[in-house]
Design a protein around this ligand. Structure first.
Ligand SMILES: Cc1cc2nc3c(=O)[nH]c(=O)nc-3n(C[C@H](O)[C@H](O)[C@H](O)COP(=O)(O)OP(=O)(O)OC[C@H]3O[C@@H](n4cnc5c(N)ncnc54)[C@H](O)[C@@H]3O)c2cc1C
Length: 282
């Protein structure tokens, strides 16, 4: 498989400028072979799905393994088997068509199931973990096996994949049957709420920071007078202070400058250490 150079704006939803190295496996077997190759040759690599939760510095040596071709999935009664590159939006629209409930929270989240499992993505008080039956993984010893949901150490925006060198190949989700109309209406209600509270029309990577215990990162950033704070092409959203948006021509340096200012001001004003929700590859 050939390593190529790509524009970062084509790899992440932040659409920042810069270059990165990529490799794109065509199917799940090639994906597994590629990871085994990197492990055997002790080369560093990083997986990227939709890049909707990832910020990348330009010019890194580390190649990104793209999962966009790993898009096979199958619904079988209550179960869905999905390769790691399947988009959440595809799974949700299929679930709506079939009258299956469980994924309505994910409307408007532009990621893959691989990224969602890594992040334990969630919204409206629900998380992907509640739909997970099992995940097939490849670990750093080159072993491939299945882990049950209870072994995945899911918590708020956290999974076992944050602490173990382990990569997601496929998963099995379990949904429940419901009235089609109810599944559709719940998804629509969620979408209307999301679109009125989040800057969904600007390039972003969603909420940059995790909510600190018992509080909201966006509330603290807002109270620190940072809504609309801008360096170069990155601005703290005026609609939702947890989002940074690319207002045009943003670079990694712009992102770092805004990020540092937000962390410093929130710490100075409230004594709270904000932690990133996103993956920053630098
Ligand atoms: C407009 C907007 C709204 C959003 N709203 C929400 C929201 O409501 N709730 C929420 O939780 N998030 C939200 N997000 C963030 C993001 O969409 C989710 O976290 C999403 O699930 C990430 O998926 P991805 O494929 O884009 O992950 P990526 O950004 O590609 O990757 C994220 C992390 O997962 C790892 N990863 C990806 N695939 C694999 C794999 N196969 N094996 C191991 N590791 C892997 C990557 O290496 C990286 O560390 C939003 C983002 C945007 C832009």
């Amino acid at each position: 498989m050939e390593e190529k150079e790509a524009e970062i704006c084509d790899l992440t939803t932040f659409k920042m400028s810069g270059k990165a190295k990529i490799i794109k496996p065509h199917d799940i077997l090639q994906f597994e072979e590629l990871i085994l190759y990197f492990l055997e040759s002790k080369r560093d690599f990083k997986i990227i799905g939709s890049g909707s939760n990832t910020v990348i510095r330009s010019g890194l040596e580390t190649p990104f393994v793209l999962t966009s071709s790993l898009s096979n999935f199958k619904f079988d009664e209550k179960y869905v088997v999905a390769e790691n590159g399947v988009k959440l939006s595809v799974l949700l629209s299929e679930a709506i068509k079939r009258g299956m409930t469980g994924l309505e929270f994910s409307i408007g989240i532009p990621g893959t199931i691989g990224g969602a499992l890594y992040m334990n993505t969630g919204a409206f008080d629900e998380e992907i973990s509640k739909c997970v039956e099992s995940v097939e993984v490849i670990d750093e010893n080159k072993d491939v096996y299945e882990l049950k949901a209870k072994d995945l150490d899911f918590s708020y925006r956290h999974s076992i994949f944050h602490q173990k060198h382990m990569w997601i190949k496929k998963c099995v989700l379990k949904l429940e049957f419901a009235q089609k109309k109810e599944v559709f209406e719940k998804s629509l209600r969620n979408w209307l709420r999301k679109k009125s509270t989040q800057p969904v029309t600007f390039p972003s990577v969603g909420c940059v920071f995790k909510n600190p215990n018992g509080d909201y990162a966006a509330r603290l950033i807002d109270l620190a007078d940072l809504k609309g704070y801008r360096v170069g092409g990155i601005e703290v959203s005026k609609l939702h202070a947890g989002f940074f948006i690319n207002v045009g021509g943003a670079t990694f340096e712009d992102f770092k400058a805004v990020y540092s200012e937000v962390v410093t001001r929130v710490k100075g004003k409230f004594g709270v250490d904000l932690e990133p929700e996103i993956t920053i590859v630098s």
